[in-house]
Ligand binder design. Structure first.
Ligand code: HEC
Length: 161
């Protein structure tokens, strides 16, 4: 038994020395350079609303309506693949806009503002889902909820409905 142990000893020593040889090499690997995160938030809140959020929401709200006359009720709704794709783009803008509202430099506080922005994002997501499913009834039904999400933030932060 004893001689056997001795034959293993050099191997163990070799493994150990290999480990030691590797360690300093790993430590000298330079840290990856991290780009500084700088958000461009120069667009004012008003501009973000007027040029990004409001037009996107309007396109979605205007996309579905019912016109009633003596001949009956006719749906005005997206029809072609192109129509749906155009709406999907606008709903995606809204989903991402919720994130933009939460950026440092935009968020008015870390509490209620974040909740309002999140709620808005969830409503926008529901719109995107209805559009992906081409569900006209659903899209019509949830339009009011999206509007509600806009208004409740405005009531608190903008004096604007
Ligand atoms: C998380 C808060 C928040 C949400 C959600 C929000 N807004 Fe706003 N909105 C504001 C604030 C704050 C202002 C006031 C900006 C200012 O005047 O400085 C504003 C202003 C506006 C204005 C007026 C801009 C102007 O200067 O005339 C419009 C239009 C608008 N929002 C549309 C919308 C629509 C449409 C939605 C939803 C689809 C929405 N907003 C969701 C916070 C929000």
């Amino acid at each position: 038994m004893i001689p056997k142990r001795h034959t293993f000893a050099p191997l163990a020593a070799l493994v150990l020395s290999l480990n030691l040889a590797c360690t300093p090499k790993e430590q000298s690997t330079p840290e990856p350079i991290k780009a500084a995160v700088v958000f461009d938030t120069q667009q004012t809140m008003s501009e973000l609303m007027l040029w990004v959020i409001d037009p996107a929401a309007d396109t979605i709200w205007d996309s579905v309506s019912w016109i009633s006359n003596e001949k009956g009720t006719k749906a005005n709704a997206p029809k072609t693949e192109e129509d749906w794709k155009a709406l999907k783009i606008q709903a995606s803008i809204l989903v991402e806009s919720a994130n933009l509202l939460m950026l440092e430099g935009r968020a008015k506080d870390q509490g209620v503002w974040m909740q309002q922005a999140r709620k808005f994002g969830l409503e926008a997501r529901k719109n995107l889902k209805a559009i992906e499913e081409k569900n006209v009834d659903q899209l019509f039904e949830i339009g009011g909820d999206l509007d509600q999400a806009c208004e409740s933030c405005h009531l608190k932060y903008a004096n604007y409905k």
